[in-house]
Design a protein around this ligand. Structure first.
Ligand code: GLN
Length: 483
């Protein structure tokens, strides 16, 4: 067998090749394992490669053989190698959320998304690095070392799903799962030149996924192409009685306002200011031109309250974090440290187990929820959240898609923003709105820029109506000239 060209491989192509017998799932999985062996020591995308990865592949090959014999087609994900973010439970394997507090925690059940991928026959290669409990934008908050950007090892891969994006970019998996509370799928996808989808709130079950901000969290795919993200999204979405926020397929009937093609809105006022890299803005404007040349109408729109999004997010998210983190008390899961009494046990365990950013957010969240401050911060932020959502819903009366850059910059240097949490939080300026509003958004690669002799990817973010992921897929494929 000739060497498999992993660089140009997609789920669609791999599926055809598996069907034709060009290679087996074991051979494909082995090719990824070889690549991981070669690159992971530098990049640190995988925290662990499962020792039974090839067993999953052998099982898939059997099913493929049976289907071929019976002259039946089989799932596009059968035999396809994937990596899983470390906050998603895969039964029997460690799930640590890149935290010391869960260093030796073994999942006792499968997350719904894992069950669904298993039914399709996907091959699980291993678990992927992230910011601790998904809090961060660079994976520098992982207790197990930073994930480096495959395009330039002196730079971050983004976060919190940095391992998930870097794994795809380094040919360490054909697709990965990430979680996105304020941009954690899209921003690393943008930094690593791959595609990442944050689905509509409620589209994908979070059962078996460690909660960060429960009114914001969604699970989604990262892959090489829009078409591949679509395949994975279709496999993992759907109502689940184990996650009461999940919605059924036709909750949101959606109709385009554009007659021929979706109309794209651009919140121009939000893109002024000097916080955005020039190269990012240039590439963004070129992307709009490219859409225009493909027959899309581009319109300026107003989102009057969007400039409050980041502030609202950084009040609501820590509030939810502080209550979600309460379950890590050293009794139920993971690390336990002894103190003088039960209360001291909690303190000792949490002090030893949590990193600085997690502690910072628990403190912030506890503060905004404390009596006397609750109305001033939490309630007011919730009211502004509704205003922001209304702005978007109003904008979607005149356009079908809203476009912005995914992040204000390209991948930054490791250590560049660690001393200044606010600088790090500003990275989320364009992504948090989709979580606050529950809208689906995708990041697609839209260009490369050169810095210090290295090419760095830039991402374009498209947001659309609730439940209208299909609009993102068709526009994204159009943009990347995918068939
Ligand atoms: N960077 C954002 C934060 O630090 C987003 C995190 C996420 O989406 N999980 O909160």
């Amino acid at each position: 067998m000739t060497k498999i060209d992993l660089k140009n491989l997609t789920i669609k192509k791999a599926h055809e090749a598996l069907k034709k017998g060009d290679f087996t799932s074991v051979q494909l999985t082995q090719a990824y394992l070889d690549e991981i062996k070669l690159k992971n020591k530098d990049i640190n995308a995988y925290l662990e490669v499962y020792d039974n990865a090839l067993v999953y592949a052998e099982m898939a090959d059997k099913k493929i053989q049976d289907a071929i014999k019976a002259k039946k087609d089989f799932s596009s994900l059968l035999g396809i190698p994937c990596g899983i973010k470390d906050n998603i439970l895969v039964k029997g394997h460690i799930a640590s959320a890149s935290s010391k507090i869960l260093e030796n925690y073994h999942a006792t059940y499968d997350a719904t998304v894992i069950q669904k991928l298993q039914q399709e026959g996907a091959v699980f290669i291993g678990r992927l690095n992230m910011d601790e409990f998904a809090m961060g934008g660079s994976t520098e908050n992982s207790a197990y070392g930073v994930t480096k950007n495959p395009y330039d090892l002196s730079r971050v891969a983004g976060g919190s799903s940095g391992g998930s994006a870097a794994a795809v970019a380094m040919q360490g998996a054909l697709f990965t799962l990430g979680s996105d509370t304020g941009g954690s799928i899209r921003q690393p996808a943008s930094f690593c030149g791959v595609v990442g989808l944050k689905p509509t709130y409620g589209a994908v079950s979070r059962y078996g996924v460690m909660a960060m901000g429960s009114s914001l969290d969604q699970i989604g795919p990262i892959a090489n192409t829009v078409g591949d993200c679509e395949i994975v999204f279709n496999a993992i979405k759907g109502k689940d009685i184990k996650d009461g926020t999940t919605i059924s397929e036709n909750t949101y009937p959606s109709k385009l306002v554009g007659k021929k093609k979706p109309i794209i809105g651009v919140p121009r006022d939000f893109l002024k200011g000097d916080g955005i890299d020039k190269e990012v803005l240039k590439s963004f404007n070129e992307s709009l031109e490219s859409f225009r040349s493909k027959g899309y109408e581009i319109k300026d729109i107003a989102l009057p309250n969007i400039s409050y999004s980041l502030m609202v997010y950084y009040v609501l998210m820590p509030a939810e974090v502080s209550s979600n983190m309460a379950r890590f008390d050293g009794v139920k899961y993971g690390l336990h440290k002894d103190g003088a009494n039960v209360i001291e046990d909690y303190f000792e365990t949490r002090r030893a187990g949590f990193g600085r950013e997690v502690i910072r957010r628990i403190l912030l969240g506890t503060y905004v929820l404390s009596s006397g401050y609750y109305d001033a911060y939490y309630n007011r932020a919730n009211a502004v959240r509704q205003m922001i959502t209304n702005d978007f819903l109003k904008a979607f009366e005149g356009v079908d898609i809203i476009a912005t850059p995914t992040a204000p910059s390209t991948a930054f240097k490791i250590g560049e923003k660690t001393a200044d949490p606010v600088a790090m939080y500003l990275e989320d300026i364009f992504t948090v709105t989709a979580n606050l509003t529950g809208l689906p958004a995708i990041s697609i690669p839209c260009g490369l820029t050169e810095k210090e002799g290295k090419k760095l990817p830039i991402g374009l973010q498209l947001t659309t109506r609730h439940g209208a992921e299909q609009t993102l897929f068709s526009a994204g494929k159009d943009f990347l000239n995918e068939k």
